[in-house]
Ligand binder design. Sequence first.
Ligand code: MAN
Length: 352
Amino acid sequence: MRKISVWKRPRILILVLAAAGIFLTFQFFSLKALFYTQKRSSQASYVKENERMENFIEEFNDEDSMRIHPSEAHGVKHLSIVPRGVHIDDMHLYKAVQQGHHKTQKMFRCVKTENLLPYSWLNDDYCDCEDGSDEPGTAACPNGRFYCAQQLPDQTAVSLPSSRVNDGICDCCDGSDEWAGRAPPKSMRHKGKNIVLQAPCRNHCDTIAKISKENNQIRKLGKRLKTKYVQAAESLWDKEKYGPAGVFYKLSKSCFPHKALQYNFNVCPFQSVTQEHFPTERWTLGRKSSWKQKSHGQFLLEMSGGDAVNCPEGRPRQSLILFLCGINDRVVELREDQRCEYVIKFATPAAC
Ligand code: MAN
């Protein structure tokens, strides 16, 4: 049988090319439509939020009926209605701009770049403003900033890079940064205690406010007690060896026992730190003191030159004493973070 080649039949060739052309055009337009629906559908879950926002904005623009209610609950300020992720002091930047023939169209003006966009695009999980200001409440803009809904009193604004919104880690004490309530991916989940809080978050602002109130009281009382520590060093000629005005000198006259794991430690600031597991082990964890830091409210004393036996590369044991403000002198915590390196948290009025 004779073979029919399309190349020898131009009409067939034209038909094939035309069909291919129609197919490709069709594909192009359906892809474009798909892209658009995806952007909009990813916004669908935000529509409700934006409706709520629009109602709010309507009232917000009428200054007299502003619906922000800073209520005090256990000393914690709670702001009931502000756009997600916006700090109360920035609310004026989120006022809708009226546009259109009858001024019916509500627009948002990007904070720095000043571009106008429909108000409903605010917090719709799509970054429209180059300055990131249209997505304060989502992780859509890489350069945005998220402000926690609840701001603790006496504290500067608590905020975080908006890329951390809905990442599964509770950064805000009220959990407002994890509003989707999604736990982090399995591989990143932690078990046990003493670790970051994971979504779904609970509100622990009250506890934090209480702790910070207690800390303030401790600091106040500690500062009063501190005068005794300064007096104790008055006649010293080498005061600076013991911190500002020799305030830590008093501690150099005492030792502070502490039990951790199987060991009995004895912390004698500026003199020595020892570790004992009776009757087999007795080691010195540092005997020569030098300040690593003694300013800006941070006091870190290094005790070096301890015993080197059984330590990696024969390095001598050493201890770091971190002095914290407290109302009496005591070892709060003693850890061996790395083999033969010890960190001691020590509370004292001298550090207040
Ligand atoms: C002793 C103690 C420990 C230390 C080991 C290092 O057992 O000082 O704290 O980790 O020696 O081998």
